[in-house]
Design a protein around this ligand. Structure first.
Ligand SMILES: Cc1ncc(COP(=O)(O)O)c(C=O)c1O
Length: 415
């Protein structure tokens, strides 16, 4: 496969070689069932517990508070489901309008089942009004579920404060922390969350493994009902190799924290600064400071993000226009629309998300291609802003853009 230049680390990450190495014995010779009574099986169970301890160390929690799941989506669904099942008298859920579809769609599903859900709005920089959150919590609120860092903009919500509000009101708190490992320091002791969800493939372990942190003494009702695995909190034979991989990836995430916040942050800032200063009619979506160190979401006026992404793809550059789970949908990003962007502006926004594999050469390569791609597309865009209209040969300041024939030619070239 030809080399790719990857700017989509919030969608997924490469499985780290150290993770593959840790997993391999459990895909080959150590294939016993951890629930078996004999040594060949229960030896494997011991390795699961070692991995659980590594995952617990990433969060600074007790191993017994970790439940391995199949993905971030399952963890999120399980947390909200459990809060509702263990408090049948409480039928209200509070979340935000900018959550990942794993939360949004599950809450929409709950609404159809007769539950009441409040989707809190956000400000134009993606931040949240905590007074509004306080006012929204009611005696029948079962759970507040708020993401820690937004996957599209990188905007960080103040989970510590949100946890404290929930605690003072006696309401369970879940945070979707899927985008945080390796990027933010996670210390659940300071967060005050009762549940926290992670997904392995966002931090260099394989797709198909996740975890749910459940605070000790929090009543829990399993989502997958079956065997006694995971201390009766998730039925189903454990995905041993992936659990081992996640444990190793948790160790690496702690090691990567410094690099993400120095080298990767500097790369992201260089990319963003260069795009905003060299390409006209561009702007950053989301707060500048309260943001993940690796994420930049940029609006390109008068051009469709999908067209930019297609032309970037032709030169081997991977980026995205939002969540990978909503790619292909013609709707503008719900996150950007909730921040007050017009649908057209939201449709012209691209997310660049970097990671520990990103290099200066990757950023240079992107900066070599992006300005000409945007200029080319704008030249054929009926909605191009006046300041970036290409001049017609021999045109004077008062004669606008290309002729229809020239436009048609440019469109053909860009297609
Ligand atoms: C913020 C956030 N939450 C949840 C998920 C869902 O995780 P998974 O793909 O493991 O189900 C994602 C994945 O894109 C995400 O970015």
């Amino acid at each position: 496969m030809s080399k790719i230049c990857y700017f989509d680390a919030n969608a997924t990450t490469r499985v780290a070689p150290e993770v593959v190495e840790a997993m391999l014995p459990f895909l080959t010779e150590r294939w016993g069932n951890p629930s078996s009574a004999y040594t060949f099986g229960n030896q494997v169970a011991k390795h699961i517990e070692t991995s659980r301890a590594k995952a617990a160390a990433l969060l600074n929690v007790d191993s017994r508070e970790i439940v391995f799941t199949s993905c971030g989506t399952e963890s999120i669904n399980s947390a909200i489901h459990s809060a509702l099942m263990t408090q049948p008298g409480k039928r209200h859920v509070v979340t935000t309008a900018v959550e990942h579809s794993a939360t949004l769609k599950f809450c929409e599903h709950l609404r159809k089942r007769g539950y009441d859900v409040t989707f809190l709005p956000v400000e134009s920089d993606g931040s949240m009004d905590l007074h509004l959150l306080e006012k929204t919590i009611r005696p029948d609120t079962a759970i507040v579920s708020v993401m820690w860092a937004n996957n599209e903009t990188g905007v960080i919500f103040p989970i510590e404060e949100i946890g404290a509000i929930c605690r003072s009101r006696g309401v369970l708190c879940h945070t979707d922390a899927v985008q945080t490992p390796g990027k933010l320091k996670i210390d659940v002791q300071n967060l005050g969350a009762d549940f926290l969800s992670l997904s392995g493939h966002k931090f260099h372990s394989p797709k198909g493994i996740g975890l749910l942190y459940v605070r000790r003494r929090t009543r829990f009702e399993p989502y997958l009902i079956g065997g006694h695995q995971e201390r009766d909190r998730r039925g189903g034979t454990e995905n041993v190799p992936y659990i081992i991989g996640l444990g190793r990836a948790a160790e690496l995430a702690m090691e990567h924290l410094d690099e993400e916040n120095t080298r990767v942050r500097a790369l992201r800032d260089r990319l963003e600064e260069a795009v905003l200063t060299t390409i006209p009619a561009t702007s950053r979506n989301g707060a500048k400071e309260e943001r993940l160190p690796n994420t930049s979401n940029i609006a390109f006026d008068s051009v469709e993000a999908e067209a930019i992404l297609m032309l970037l793809d032709q030169v081997g550059i991977c980026a995205s226009s939002g969540s990978a789970c909503t790619t292909g949908s013609l709707d503008p990003s719900h996150v950007l629309v909730a921040m007050g962007l017009s649908p057209a502006r939201a449709r012209g926004s691209v997310r660049f998300s970097l990671g520990i594999d990103s290099t200066d050469e990757d950023v240079d390569y992107l900066l070599n291609h992006l300005p000409s791609i945007v200029a080319k597309l704008r030249a054929v865009s009926p909605a191009r802003p006046p300041e970036v209209k290409p001049a017609r040969r021999g045109a004077t300041a008062s004669t606008p853009g290309p002729t229809r024939r020239e436009e048609r030619k440019l469109r053909r070239e860009a297609a």
